[in-house]
Design a protein around this ligand. Structure first.
Ligand code: C5P
Length: 239
């Protein structure tokens, strides 16, 4: 599979017209476009429809985290919109993830619609080990916590997790190679990490086995996003 099918572009803008112009500009480079809080809260479900009209897939990144019933209903709405992928917080617990997964799977089977990939968020890539210990009061290592949450997501029947590039091989080894790993925190070597704490280059993340890499500012905040993507391509294709 070409690396471009593994690239998810984060549409982290509030203006739907701007988002759609990014889809037009980068449509040849990425298989999936990510709609997160900023865009969804401003533009609503119509933005998902508009991206679909351009024959592009949508990752609805709303990181659902609530009681099982509420999350399952939100997930159903996402499935009915025809999104390719959506996510929930694994820290919502096993029952929440399982109810969400089972409700969506049953509904999609009944309606004959494609089931979206359901992905669990483990530990946000903006959280460091120190923050986890001192602010969140989690007393084991970050890797142990990510592994624990990834195994919980697997047990609930989710398709994979969002995790930092530094955790890809650990997840593949401990949960299984067919369990999807979606990695944000991706920066080309010549771009600063911003608020991301656990970063890697696209080349490294793909070598480590990432199924999807999510890129926002590493492409969109650059002077020439298309040129940046060309440079990333050259880097990836060079041994
Ligand atoms: O600009 P940047 O490439 O850092 O954007 C990363 C994107 O991935 C953002 O939209 C952010 O919300 C999302 N994300 C993340 N960490 C997670 C899950 C999603 O950075 N654990």
């Amino acid at each position: 599979m070409s690396w471009r099918n593994k690239l998810i572009i984060a549409l982290d803008v509030s203006d739907p017209q701007k988002a759609l112009s990014i889809v037009d500009m980068l449509g040849d480079y990425a298989g999936v476009f990510k709609v997160g809080f900023e865009l969804f809260v401003t533009a609503g479900p119509k933005i998902v429809e508009d991206i679909h009209k351009k024959n592009k897939k949508v990752f609805l990144d709303l990181k659902f985290h609530d009681i099982p019933n509420t999350v399952a209903k939100a997930a159903l709405a996402a499935a009915n919109m025809g999104v390719y992928m959506f996510n929930v917080h694994t820290s919502g617990g096993l029952q929440m993830m399982k109810r969400c997964r089972d409700t969506v799977a049953e509904h999609c089977d009944k309606q004959g619609i494609t089931r979206p990939k359901m992905i669990g968020v483990t530990v946000l890539t903006s959280i460091s080990s120190d923050m986890m210990k001192n602010e969140l009061s989690v007393n084991h290592t970050l890797k142990t916590q990510v592994k624990h949450l990834a195994l919980l997501a697997k047990q609930a029947g989710l398709d994979g997790v969002v995790a930092s590039p530094q955790e890809i091989s650990m997840i593949k080894t401990s949960v299984g190679n067919d369990f999807l790993v979606v990695t944000p925190g991706i920066r080309p070597s010549w771009v600063l990490p911003d608020d991301q704490m656990r970063t890697a280059t696209p080349k490294q993340a793909l070598r480590d086995g990432a199924d999807y890499i999510v890129m926002g500012r590493g492409i969109l905040a650059q002077e020439d996003p298309v040129k940046t993507l060309e440079l990333i391509s050259i880097d990836i294709l060079t041994a």
